[in-house]
Structures are given as C-alpha cells and as structure tokens.
Write a protein that binds this ligand. Structure first.
Ligand SMILES: *Cc1c(COP(=O)(O)O)cnc(C)c1O
Length: 212
C-alpha cells in the first residue's frame, strides 16, 4: 500500500481487478474502492464485504443510476444537472442521500468529461438544485492530462484547486472533497491540495486488459 498524509483519503481503483485481488487489499485494511463501469461495480458489490465504501469514478449514464443508487458511497464524475436530477430521483425512491462530486475539465485532452468553470457556476446557481433533497454535492473531481510534463500537470491541478476554493461555500460538507490524483500524478496532486486520490495500478499492479 502507498503511504499518504493523514488528511488524504485513498480510493483504491479496482476496475478490471479480480475479487481475490480486491480482497487481498481489503484484508490489509483498505475500505474505499473505486470502479468506473456500472455492470462491473454491481457484480462486485454483491460478492464482496458489505463494509466496503464504493466510489463510482467513471462517466455515469442517467439510465444506469438506478443500479448503483442503493449502495454507492460517492459518485465522482457528475457533470450535468440532468444527471444530478436523476441521482436525486433514484435516491429519493429509496430514502437515501447520495454524495456527489462535480467533475471539472482541467486537462487539455478533448476526450475528458467535465464542466468548465463557467458551466460549474451556472449549474451551482440553478434554482432547481435547492429542490434536490436526496443528493449532497460534496466537492469537485478532476483528471489532469496524461503527460510527462510535470509542470503542466501541476498547473492543471492548481487550476482545479483555485476553482474549488472559489466555490467551497456551495459544498455541503464541513470538509469538502477535492478528488484529484492517480497512480502517475498523485504526489503532485497532494502538493497542490488534493484530499482524495484515486489510485489503481500502483496498488494492484497493471490492469487486466480488454477494458481501459
Ligand atoms: C482508472 C482510473 C483511475 C486510476 O488510474 P491509475 O492510473 O491506475 O491509478 C483514477 N481515476 C479514474 C477516473 C480512473 O478511471
């Protein structure tokens, strides 16, 4: 296991990893795990210990919210009002309040999902958000560019941190969450103020292929 400052939470990203590998890490005391495919998460959740906190870190489609609503602990990648509304609706049906993070686009790559700062402001200012009693917006999440240019990565994380501070009062948590940093860049992310890192390959070793 990697060692982190006490103020930083580790989510072990277990996508594509076997139940055995996950249990091995679980036995070492790890309780927060992250998955980014709904089907895979639902299957694993049913077979693994109940005290695991499951994080959904992928791009969530509205028609799949229902499947993870009963047990998911934190949804990291929310980037639309429509998705928030659906999470709220499904959570209300089962009397839960589901914690969410809004995903901010900080990387230069076109493929990464997320809101820009203007879109974030519009979303948080939308009056319908106040009606959503069954979600709690706990902070922000972002992914830096896949790049060897450490300075570039650093500046992207710094940008996320700046946005996070600016909107902090909107987040319904005493200590709001800023989810940034993966195997290749979590150390930079921590220096730039991350308090939750999502680390996969560094903990589990290389991912099993067929999926990304
Ligand atoms: C896969 C994934 C990670 C973990 O990636 P590693 O490089 O294996 O640490 C973190 N965050 C998200 C959103 C992912 O999809």
């Amino acid at each position: 296991m990697i060692s982190l400052p006490e103020t930083v939470k580790l989510v072990a990203v277990s996508k594509t990893q076997s139940l055995e590998s996950i249990l091995e890490i679980y036995t070492q005391g790890q309780r927060d795990f992250g998955e980014n495919y709904v089907q895979e998460l639902v299957e694993k959740q049913a077979l693994l210990p109940n005290d695991i906190h499951w994080h959904f870190i992928g791009h969530l489609q509205t028609n799949k919210v229902k499947q993870i609503a009963p047990f998911v602990n934190l949804i990291h990648g929310v980037d639309s009002l429509k998705l928030l509304a659906e999470i709220n609706k499904q959570a209300a049906k089962i009397n839960r309040v589901i914690d969410c993070l809004l995903q901010i686009h900080i990387a230069q790559e076109e493929t990464k999902f997320g809101l820009d700062e203007t879109e974030l402001g519009v979303l948080l200012g939308d009056s319908s958000i106040k009606e959503f009693k069954n979600i709690r917006i706990c902070g922000l999440m972002g992914m830096a560019s896949f790049s060897d240019d450490k300075n570039k990565v650093k500046l992207e994380f710094r940008k996320l941190k700046t946005i996070f501070i600016k909107y902090k009062s909107y987040f319904k948590l005493e200590n709001p969450i800023i989810s940034m940093g993966m195997s290749g860049d979590f150390e930079i992310a921590i220096v730039e103020g991350s308090n939750l890192v999502r680390v996969g390959s560094l903990i589990f070793g290389e991912r099993n292929h067929t999926k990304k």
